[in-house]
Design a protein around this ligand. Sequence first.
Ligand code: HEC
Ligand code: HEC
Ligand code: HEC
Ligand code: HEC
Ligand code: HEC
Length: 190
Amino acid sequence: MNPPLAHCARWCLVLAVGLFGLAVGGCNETGFTVPGLNQGYKPEQPIPYSHKQHAGDLKIDCKYCHFGSEQSPRAGIPPVNVCMNCHKLSKPDSPYIKKLKEAYDTGKSFEWVRVHKLPDFVWFDHSRHVNRGVACQTCHGPVQEMVEMYQYSSLAMGWCVNCHREYNKNPPAGLKDKIQASTDCYSCHH
Ligand code: HEC
Ligand code: HEC
Ligand code: HEC
Ligand code: HEC
Ligand code: HEC
């Protein structure tokens, strides 16, 4: 495809998905919900892992487990060997830790239920935010107090765009370069 056509194809996609979104949005009144794009969404996890216990009481740094958040678009869910760094010794008799150990011993990945999920036509990059000093909690809420993880923010387009405008107007003090959080459609839809 030549570039103008490719450009059009992408836009038609965004618009088509938009119309679909409106149609689905209309169904919300009847109880139908879009998976993952629900504020407050709190799926049950295979074992009761607590952020309050680990990030709050034990004060383990978010980035110790979510080590992708500084270098890449995805923050990432830690592989079970990160857990076993401590749990080989800590609470080995807990039925939950036994489940973790089983995955660890068999080399299988442990299947957590995903909480946050933007639609595929939206581009989001953790590193772009984290490296500009936006705290995890600004978007994810008081995670260190959450016994069960839930979606704190709406993740709606207005939420993203309003914050970009706000940061451009009132950048946090102490940054070397000016904040330029784009509000061009293309930055988030490409
Ligand atoms: C000891 C490891 C560990 C630490 C420390 C940790 N997390 Fe997590 N985090 C996990 C695991 C495991 C999951 C998946 C299970 C769940 O959602 O509860 C998760 C899930 C999440 C999710 C939801 C992911 C999704 O499915 O959408 C967010 C957001 C998150 N963590 C943010 C944080 C923040 C912010 C901190 C620091 C305040 C933090 N985490 C500290 C292990 C950790
Ligand atoms: C830095 C050490 C450390 C890491 C890393 C760590 N934990 Fe823990 N975890 C602990 C400690 C300490 C406790 C509390 C033990 C106690 O109550 O005495 C605990 C408690 C737990 C419990 C509660 C067990 C029970 O039956 O009471 C679960 C479940 C758990 N952790 C899961 C995980 C998972 C999943 C990961 C990896 C994503 C992880 N932990 C990573 C230190 C750690
Ligand atoms: C500017 C807002 C924002 C900030 C700051 C932010 N997140 Fe996120 N986070 C999101 C959004 C939006 C998603 C959903 C992304 C998707 O579905 O593609 C997400 C998803 C996640 C996920 C699950 C999917 C993934 O990317 O692996 C984890 C885990 C997570 N965030 C952890 C963190 C941690 C830890 C920090 C701080 C180091 C952090 N986030 C900072 C907005 C943010
Ligand atoms: C809490 C405020 C905040 C929220 C909420 C937020 N952002 Fe950002 N965003 C920023 C800041 C600050 C930057 C960094 C701008 C810079 O580097 O100067 C940024 C940068 C970006 C960039 C890189 C822009 C570029 O010019 O390349 C993208 C893409 C982006 N954000 C997408 C999103 C999306 C999608 C969402 C919602 C799901 C979102 N952001 C929510 C504050 C936010
Ligand atoms: C800072 C990031 C960001 C920017 C800039 C942005 N969008 Fe979005 N957009 C999103 C996110 C996140 C969603 C998905 C959540 C939602 O539907 O609210 C979305 C959803 C959409 C949808 C689907 C609507 C629906 O109801 O499902 C359309 C259409 C759209 N955007 C068009 C645009 C256009 C046109 C522009 C430029 C004027 C634009 N976007 C700029 C983040 C952004």
